[in-house]
Design a protein around this ligand. Structure first.
Ligand SMILES: C[S@@+](CC[C@H](N)C(=O)[O-])C[C@H]1O[C@@H](n2cnc3c(N)ncnc32)[C@H](O)[C@@H]1O
Length: 589
């Protein structure tokens, strides 16, 4: 990677690219860049977004791929994908995006994981990228809504289904739409038919082999009515154009991250995509309202203007276009209708989501049942958790307390949870040496809580360091939602000023054994002053707290869960893991 040569998708130089020092790291970085790019993320590497980023960092607002999928989880769960998973030095999983077999495994795995689809795609045919295909399906759904066709039994046509038959399978599986998929290539046709059967979707998807001479004519018979047609046309006019595309690519545009897949029959058509779409437009003039919405994807932005002017000449009653971006690849989409009452412009959405860094899920643990089941209640566990947090000298602020949830915001400035045994021994030792030294009880010295701690040292074997599968499963399922719940419980916005004051209150009140705030001795007063000055220092250090987290005790069925969500802190998530481990080892009811 050479700084200065790197450009944003729009052609502007990227800023602040990090170049790792050695060759291995650079190589790792490149693989990672490919991965990021593949997931629509290359642009986040530019600290200062270019003028077009607001436009190009886009995926459909309803798509799940605005955050990248968890390759680690996929590698654990899917052996087909695991074969191609590469672990970087950082531990992050990626694949070689230049390897068609790896792309094939990625597509097949995502279709299975996210859509329950079992698909086979030959390596000599186009391997579709799942996010870009699902973007189109979701956009069609928007168009149907705009055309007033949503909610009814939807019938669509997928022109050029390819071997994967991906659009029809996604549309049928996720939306229950009836699809007619057409394909001219006999090998692709066979694969498409098998893929439909493999997923038992014959009742929704019909695959038809067609002639190159037609696109829609002869497919839609008299009296038939379809709600939409969609198409990912062959982009190129010749194999030479296909080959020269990468060479003729403007130096302002970076090379594509992933390799090209598919045969020339997939991507080459006489006259290129404009000619192909102009055939759809011509035929749409004939078919008129028999198909309510016509649409096509465009592989080249330069095709948009000629296509629009053809549509204007065709006298369409409404048209709309959009673009979705995946990594360095943008695809444009156009739709039109001859139905006078359809205003497709209503489907114009400018609220596409920018990439959001995936929120880390909370750490979660099922609190084991004690022998006395009467103690296994939300209240008892909540109280015990709060006590333990306070014993750890954390500031604990109650946030929510009802019959389902008890949640707290906690802040720690010192690591009072690691090496407990060692610290206790040291505390006992120093205690015997300085029995009367008041400093030994100053909160924050890390000693007071250990003296008072009654927690057993017996490690809980069920809860030892997280296993790989536990790590993985923490990312599976609806942790995102759980995270939001916990994060909401934590109340990010409330986490500043008031928490500080409240945090310090217990310290002020804690005047030591037998002490009162009135009529104190001089030494006791000094001790209080020390504590107050320490408190003030801690207040000013608030920004640099070691750990701030949300802690939630919740009931789910018969189980009581303890969840911890990292918010901030110099100790990072590692410190949260340590605190969770502390609870796993010591929480006794
Ligand atoms: C770019 S590929 C798209 C495949 C698939 N829809 C996808 O998005 O991955 C274009 C497909 O259209 C097919 N095709 C080309 N001309 C066609 C025609 N006149 N009618 C139907 N399919 C056609 C090609 O064989 C190829 O499979």
């Amino acid at each position: 990677m050479v700084q200065g040569r790197e450009l944003c998708a729009s052609g502007e130089p990227r800023e602040n690219l990090s170049v790792l020092p050695n060759e291995i790291a650079t190589c790792q970085q490149q693989v990672r860049e490919q991965a990021w790019a593949f997931w629509n993320l290359n642009v986040i590497r530019a600290e200062r977004p270019c003028s077009q980023h607001s436009l190009c960092i886009r995926c459909h607002p309803r798509i799940m791929y605005c955050t990248p999928p968890n390759f680690k989880e996929m590698a654990i769960r899917y052996p087909k994908f695991r074969k191609f998973a590469i672990q970087e030095l950082s531990g992050r999983m990626t694949i070689d995006f230049k390897n068609p077999a790896a792309l094939q495994a990625l597509t097949i795995t995502l279709l299975e994981k996210d859509f329950g689809l079992n698909v086979e795609i030959p390596l000599d045919r186009l391997v579709p990228t799942v996010p870009s295909r699902f973007n189109y399906v979701l956009w069609i759904e928007d168009l149907l809504q705009a055309a007033g066709s949503a909610g009814i039994e939807v019938r669509g046509i997928d022109i050029g289904a390819g071997a994967s038959c991906i659009y029809s399978l996604l549309a049928a599986k996720t939306k229950g739409w009836h699809m007619l998929a057409t394909e001219v290539d006999s090998d692709s046709y066979k694969y498409a038919v098998e893929n439909v059967h493999r997923n038992n979707l014959q009742h929704l998807v019909q695959v038809k082999q067609t002639d190159t001479g037609v696109v829609l004519q002869g497919i839609v018979s008299e009296g038939q009515q379809y709600d939409f047609c969609m198409c990912n046309p062959p982009f190129f006019s010749s194999e030479e154009e296909l080959d020269s595309e990468s060479k003729s690519r403007s130096p302002a545009r970076p090379p594509p991250h992933s390799c090209r897949t598919g045969s020339p029959s997939d991507v080459v058509v006489s006259g290129g995509e404009v000619a192909f779409i102009s055939r759809i437009i011509e035929e749409s003039k004939e078919l008129g309202t028999m198909i309510r919405i016509y649409s096509s994807l465009l592989g080249h932005k330069s095709s948009m203007d000629p296509v629009k002017s053809l549509l204007q000449k065709a006298g369409v009653s409404s048209m709309v276009d959009t673009a979705f971006c995946q990594g360095r690849t943008t695809r444009w989409y156009i739709a039109w209708t001859f139905v006078a009452s359809c205003n497709l412009q209503q489907a114009q959405h400018h609220d596409a989501q920018p990439y959001k860094k995936k929120d880390k899920p909370p750490l979660r643990w099922v609190v084991p049942q004690p022998s006395d089941s009467a103690l296994y209640t939300l209240t008892t566990v909540g109280i015990r958790v709060k006590e333990m947090l306070q014993q750890l000298q954390m500031s604990v602020r109650g946030l929510r307390s009802n019959d389902k949830v008890q949640s707290f915001q906690v802040t720690a400035f010192n690591n009072t949870w690691s090496n407990q045994r060692k610290k206790r021994r040291a505390a006992v030792h120093s205690d015997s040496l300085n029995k009367d030294d008041p400093a030994s009880t100053i909160p924050g010295s890390g000693q007071q809580s250990f003296k008072h701690s009654t927690a057993a040292e017996v490690p809980n074997t069920r809860c030892d360091a997280r296993s790989a599968s536990e790590n993985a499963s923490s990312n599976i399922g609806h942790e995102g939602e759980a995270y939001s719940e916990c994060a909401a419980a934590v109340g990010f916005s409330e986490m500043n000023g008031p928490a500080v004051a409240q945090e310090m209150d217990p310290v002020h009140k804690d005047t030591g054994p037998g002490g009162t705030t009135g009529g104190q001795s001089v030494s006791h007063k000094r001790k209080l002053e020390d504590i107050i000055s320490l408190s003030k220092k801690l207040k000013t250090d608030m920004q640099g707290c070691l750990l701030r987290a949300g802690v939630m005790v919740s009931k789910s069925g018969d189980d009581i869960h303890l969840e911890m969500t990292f918010v901030e802190g110099t100790g990072g998530r590692e410190s949260l893991h340590q605190v969770m481990q502390y609870f796993k080892n010591r929480l006794k009811l």
